[in-house]
Write a protein that binds this ligand. Structure first.
Ligand code: PEP
Ligand code: MG
Length: 325
C-alpha cells in the first residue's frame, strides 16, 4: 500500500477523467512546510499560526513572526502558502493574555473577534505576514468570519499597513490575496455577498459542522452527532462552493472532511477547487481523487443529496465504495 502511494508523489492531482484540482497541506509550523513539500503537496492551504502564541510567556514579536513566515515561504518554493491569522479563544487559551473565562468560548471572544479588538496584536501579525510575502507566494486567510463587516475591516487594516510599508520602502507582495474561512453558518448563508469581498474561500468543516448542528466539537457526550455528512452541512458546503464560483473566486476546504475518502466524490461533484489535508494524508487523498470520474461522482452525489439523514448518507457511501473495490 505504501509503495503504491509513493507512485503518487510527483503526479498532478486529477480525477480519472482528467479534471485537475489543487492538493495542499495543513501545517502547524514552518518546519512542517518541508514535510508538506516532501509529501508531494502543491502548496499549503492552512498554516495554523496559533503555535507561535501558545506554550510561551509573552506575545511573539513582529521579527519572530516574520522569520517563521519567511522560513515557510522559502520552504514552499513559490507554491501558494496560505497563512491563517491568529485563531485563539474557543478551545485554545493563551494563559499570559489573562483572558476572562467564558461560559461558551466557541461562541465568544475568538479568532477575528479577538484580532479586531486587539488591533495592536493583529497589526503586528499582518505586518510580519506582509513582509514575509516578499519571499514566496503567501496568501492571507481570516478565520471565523461571520459578517461582511469584518472582512471590510480587515481589508482596511491591511491597506493601512501596506501604505506604511510603502512609506518605509519595505518590500511585500503587492498582489497578495486575502481570503476567508467559511466555517460559521452565517458566513455560509451570506457566502454570495462575502464572495464579492474575498479573494478566495476555504471551508472549515471542523467548525462549520459544530456550529451548524450545534454540537461542541470537543464534547464526547454529543460526539455521535458530529459529522460533516449531516445533510445540513452538505447543503451548506454545496452553497458555499456555488457562491464562490458565481463570483469568480475559488473555494477550497481545509477542515478534516477534505481528507475523508467518503467525502471525496461529493466535493469533486460540487466542484471544490482545493483540498487541503494534514501532511500525512496528501498522497492518500491524491489517490482517492484519481479513483473518481466527475461523472460517477456526480451520480453518487445526486443520490446523496436526496437523502435526509447522516446515517443514510454514510451507509450508502461506504456500501458503494466497498462494492466497487
Ligand atoms: C476548521 O474549522 O475546519 C479548521 C480548519 O480550523 P480549526 O480546526 O483550526 O478550527
Ligand atoms: Mg476552524
Amino acid at each position: 500500500h505504501i509503495e503504491e502511494l509513493k507512485t503518487f508523489i510527483n503526479k498532478s492531482t486529477e480525477t480519472a477523467d482528467g479534471k485537475k484540482v489543487m492538493l495542499a497541506a495543513n501545517i502547524g509550523g514552518a518546519d512542517e512546510a518541508a514535510k508538506a513539500v516532501k509529501d508531494g503537496a502543491e502548496g499549503v492551504g492552512l498554516f495554523r499560526t496559533e503555535f507561535l502564541f501558545l506554550n510561551k510567556n509573552a506575545l511573539p514579536t513582529e521579527e519572530e513572526q516574520f522569520e517563521e513566515y519567511k522560513k515557510a515561504a522559502v520552504l514552499t518554493k513559490g507554491m501558494p502558502l496560505t497563512i491563517r491569522t491568529l485563531d485563539i479563544g474557543g478551545d485554545k487559551d493563551i494563559p499570559y493574555m489573562g483572558l476572562t473565562k467564558e461560559a461558551n468560548p466557541f461562541l465568544g471572544y475568538r479568532a477575528i473577534r479577538f484580532c479586531l479588538d486587539r488591533v495592536d496584536i493583529f497589526t503586528t501579525q499582518l505586518r510580519a505576514i506582509l513582509r514575509a510575502s516578499a519571499y514566496g507566494c503567501i496568501r492571507i486567510m481570516i478565520p471565523m468570519i461571520t459578517s461582511v463587516n469584518e472582512v471590510r475591516q480587515v481589508k482596511e487594516l491591511i491597506k493601512k499597513i501596506c501604505s506604511d510599508l510603502d512609506r518605509n520602502g519595505i518590500n511585500y507582495d503587492k498582489n497578495i490575496q486575502t481570503g476567508i474561512m467559511i466555517e460559521t453558518p452565517a458566513a455560509a448563508v451570506m457566502a454570495d455577498t462575502l464572495a464579492k469581498e474575498a479573494d478566495f474561500f476555504s471551508i472549515g468543516t471542523n467548525d462549520l459542522t459544530q456550529y451548524t448542528i450545534a454540537v461542541d466539537r470537543c464534547n464526547e457526550n454529543v460526539a455521535y452527532l458530529y459529522s460533516a455528512f449531516n445533510p445540513a452541512v452538505l447543503r451548506l458546503i454545496r452553497r458555499i462552493i456555488e457562491c464562490a464560483h458565481n463570483a469568480g473566486i475559488e473555494a477550497g476546504m481545509c477542515g478534516e472532511a477534505a481528507a475523508n475518502a467518503l467525502m471525496a466524490p461529493i466535493l469533486l461533484s460540487f466542484g471544490l477547487d482545493e483540498f487541503s489535508v494534514s501532511t500525512g494524508k496528501v498522497l492518500e487523498t491524491r489517490k482517492t481523487i484519481a479513483d473518481w470520474s466527475i461523472k460517477e461522482a456526480g451520480l453518487v452525489t445526486d443520490k446523496v443529496m436526496s437523502m435526509v439523514t447522516e446515517k443514510e448518507v454514510t451507509d450508502y457511501l461506504s456500501d458503494y465504495i466497498s462494492e466497487r473495490n
